[in-house]
Design a protein around this ligand. Structure first.
Ligand code: ZN
Length: 808
């Protein structure tokens, strides 16, 4: 160890000193008054980071014969013969001249910024692992010098663009990690052909649908595509591109991205249909959609040929996705840049991987520049979704085939996404790196003494993603879907938590910044744990303990979101999960509380839950349950024959119990049986077997504002797609359905139950209601599947309602 000291000193002597013993040795070359904003920002960042590293600020004016750092192109740099103009537009040099000048300069101003960041990364060990100062790593040192340098760098992927990696930092993190988009390819045809301007004069540029040219609803309507066979429309699009380039001479590309619609917005005219494949094997895309690639790329080729006459060096970007995913049967103009859309995180599934790779190969054989469009979310996931190994694999594969452009929707939730964006960004610049090594570095630099457990933590998360089942997966599996937590049951969360606890312990003696970083990921994962507790907890709210645990997790989740998540942009998903996800947990709680009404041991918990500090629906359900226990005499049973029994003294005949009706969807199978085997109590119950859609029902006259507790016991085991539930629906007195009114319901858990299970609903008659339909329904039953039904009830609560019941 001690022997390295003299060597370092010699290197410093021989090299170019920048800071020595905390004193500046070099100076920045003064910037030209007309220096572009990017270059000014780069110089400012260079000074800022150097100061953070060494404690001293470099002067920005020449100091005698002190070494000079040139940021961007100045007269000296242009005389140095570095041939910057031969570089890619994102390329740069990191170069020393005579141990006196350090040049950090790109061909373009933004490439100069990249030169500065890359220099700091490679030669000073600086990293920007995630946005904000917490993710910035600047190794401290009093002396900083560099040896002789002659580096030229160009990116592996020309275009490296994230959609909303960090909406809160003005793009700083992306610049620090050398990310920048180059090609335009997004949905754009609706803006190329604004219907308000063009439809009246050129209806035949718009899609023929059901024999008529369709006028889009307005200029922002995405649900249409132009008539691709119309050569005039293509000429017009080329003119639009030409105008755009004349107004924006710096732009390298114009987008012909199709509008964001499915097959339905495409033209049905005879000329368009003539362009589609005649071979039945080619009429569908690999993902089973209609194949409109021939017609779409006929249009794109026409635009490209027309544009090339005046602007041969410009590109036309577009989307090869959905119905235009496979390449067309003919050549595509070489200035067309198609972006292939797919979620390569799904390469866990060999069939998906193979299909995606085939498309990439086919497209790379068609055109010189191909882009890939990926989905790295981020938002939509409340559980970690890390796939750095697949990132490496897919980027290396794509690059090898010739792909040179990348775009991904990411909308990061940084505290869950860990090294995901960092690893991908680094590989996009230089694809010859290993994801493993990048994650190792991430953990080593960020977590100090906790590096080892944190490395294990991220490996554990990635292994969970890789453990997803193959076969049934689609690109969007888990996206804004609470069922993503099937990968994260409580016992799995506990394993991850125990690793985080180790990390916390290991970091205890380390610097505050290290502890704060461990806390960031620990708090991030706390969201997953609590969502998991809520999601999995709701599946079995069958005991007082389970209900209390569920409510505690829900309360804690709300507190975490308010006190921790909302105060830190690194925790905030750019699109809130609750805003977009369906089937959120919570619907079962009120019913589970109502079910406690007949459990003697539930008195104490019901009283706690009835407190006004609880969420309104919880308190109401608890008060109602308490009321049912205390004052059964004040309720009125409104069902006829709730026990599904024969009338006293009359024989049980037929398949319909007195008071009950049944309904089955016309012309579909399904039968009802009034039978002794379906009895839970008494002598008889009702069974519904093999129903595609069927129910047992009663219709009861009601007044608006009346409140009811409905319940029924059911049992039966089903395939997962079958559904058994009790539903309360409403009609006006006339029998007209109140379709907009809430329909309280409760359903049997997926797969059903061998045991009798009580389903409960709390219902309040809406304003226009005249009739209540109490239905016990079955959907999607197999031919041999039956639900047994017994002991139903519809209690009308008195007007002096449960809310008035004293709870103490
Ligand atoms: Zn057409």
């Amino acid at each position: 160890m001690f022997s390295t000291m003299p060597i370092l000193a010699i290197t410093a002597l021989l090299g170019l000193p920048i800071v020595e013993e905390g004193k500046p040795r070099a100076a920045l070359a003064p910037l030209d008054a007309k220096a572009p904003a990017e270059v000014r920002r780069a110089a400012g960042e260079f000074q800022r980071v150097l100061e953070k590293m060494t404690g001293t600020k470099l002067p920005a004016e020449i100091q005698g014969d002190a070494p000079i750092v040139h940021i961007g192109r100045d007269a000296f740099v242009d005389r140095a013969g570095l041939q910057l103009d031969r570089l890619d537009e994102d390329g740069f040099v990191i170069h020393t001249v005579d141990n006196k000048h350090l040049i950090l300069a790109g061909r373009t101003p933004h490439a100069t910024e990249f030169a500065v960041y890359r220099f700091l990364q490679k030669h000073a060990g600086v990293r920007w692992y995630f946005p904000t100062e917490l993710g910035e790593v600047v190794p401290k040192r009093a002396t900083f010098s560099v040896g002789e340098l002659a580096e030229r760098e160009e990116p592996s992927f020309h275009s490296r663009l994230w959609s909303s990696a960090a909406p809160f930092d003005g793009g700083a993190w992306e610049r620090q990690n050398l990310c920048r988009g180059r090609y335009s390819f997004h949905h754009n045809l609706l803006y190329v052909f604004p219907p308000s301007k063009l439809f009246d004069a050129h209806p035949d540029w718009y899609p023929e649908i059901d024999g008529k040219r369709r006028r889009p609803t307005d200029d922002n309507d995405h649900h249409w595509q132009p008539c691709c066979a119309n050569a005039e429309a293509a000429r017009y699009a080329a003119e639009a591109a030409r105008k755009y380039f004349d107004a924006n001479p710096e732009a390298s590309s114009f987008s012909l991205g199709m509008n964001d619609t499915s097959a339905s917005g495409f033209c049905e005219c005879a000329e368009c249909r003539k362009l589609d494949p005649t071979d039945p094997a080619q009429q569908k895309t690999p993902r089973g959609l209609p194949n409109y690639s021939n017609r779409f790329f006929t249009f794109v080729n026409r635009v490209a040929e027309a544009l090339a006459k005046s602007h041969p060096d410009k590109y036309l970007g577009c989307l090869a996705y959905n119905v235009t995913e496979p390449p067309p049967a003919f050549d595509v103009h070489p200035r067309v840049v198609p972006y292939l859309t797919a979620g390569r995180a799904n390469w866990t599934d060999p069939a998906i991987r193979e299909g995606d790779q085939k498309l990439i190969r086919q497209w790379c054989a068609k055109v010189p520049v191909v882009g890939i469009y990926d989905y790295y979310y981020g938002a939509g996931f409340i559980s970690p979704r890390i796939f750095t190994g697949l990132t490496e694999e897919s980027l290396k594969f794509a690059h090898q085939q010739g792909v040179r452009a990348f775009y991904a929707e990411i909308y990061s939730t940084w505290s869950l996404d860990g090294p995901k964006a960092y690893v991908a960004s680094q590989l996009l610049w230089n694809v010859d790196q290993k994801a493993e090594a990048l994650v190792d570095e991430f953990c080593r630099d960020l977590f100090g003494q906790a590096a080892e457990p944190m490395r294990r933590y991220f490996r554990f998360l990635e292994d969970r993603w890789l453990a997803r089942p193959s076969g049934s997966m689609v690109m969007w599996a888990g996206f804004f879907d609470i069922a993503q937590l099937d990968l994260w049951p409580p016992e799995t969360c506990r394993k991850a938590r125990s690793i985080l606890e180790e990390a916390k312990k290991a970091a205890a003696g380390d610097e505050p910044v290290v502890r704060e970083r461990v806390r960031l990921y620990s708090d991030g994962f706390r969201q997953t744990e609590l969502w998991s507790a809520v999601y999995h907890g709701e599946k079995s709210l069958d005991s007082v303990d389970a209900i209390e645990g569920y409510i505690a997790a829900k309360t804690e989740l709300a507190r975490l979101q308010k006190d921790v998540v909302q105060s830190n942009p690194l925790h905030i998903a750019p699109i809130a999960f609750e805003d977009r996800a369906g089937n959120l947990p919570g619907a079962s709680l009120g019913k589970a509380i109502l079910r406690l009404a007949d459990r003697p041991e539930a008195e104490a918990v019901l009283k706690r839950l009835a407190d006004p500090s609880q969420p309104a629906e919880v308190a109401l359900a608890a008060r109602t349950a308490l009321f049912l226990r205390k004052h059964p005499e004040k309720t009125t049973e409104r069902l006829a024959n709730p026990g599904i029994e024969p009338e006293p003294g009359k024989p049980a005949e037929g398949n319909l119990p007195p008071g009950w009706g049944t309904w089955f969807r016309p012309e579909t199978p399904g039968e009802a049986k009034w039978t002794t085997t379906a009895a839970r109590t008494g002598t008889r119950g009702l069974s519904i077997r093999g129903a595609v859609a069927g129910c047992a029902l009663q219709t009861i006259p009601v007044e608006p504002g009346q409140r009811f507790v409905g319940s029924v016991y059911v049992r039966g085991v089903f395939r997962p797609e079958a559904e058994v539930s009790v539903v309360v629906q409403w009609q006006e007195k006339s029998g007209k359905w109140l379709t907009a009114a809430a329909r309280p319901s409760d359903r049997l858990p997926e797969g059903g139950s061998r045991e009798w299970t009580r389903l409960c609903v709390l219902a309040e008659a809406p304003k226009e209601a005249g009739r209540l339909l109490f239905t016990v329904s079955a959907y999607g039953q197999g031919p041999d599947e039956a639900v047994e039904i017994d002991d139903a009830s519809l209690l009308e609560l008195p007007a002096e309602d449960a809310a008035a019941v004293p709870v103490q």
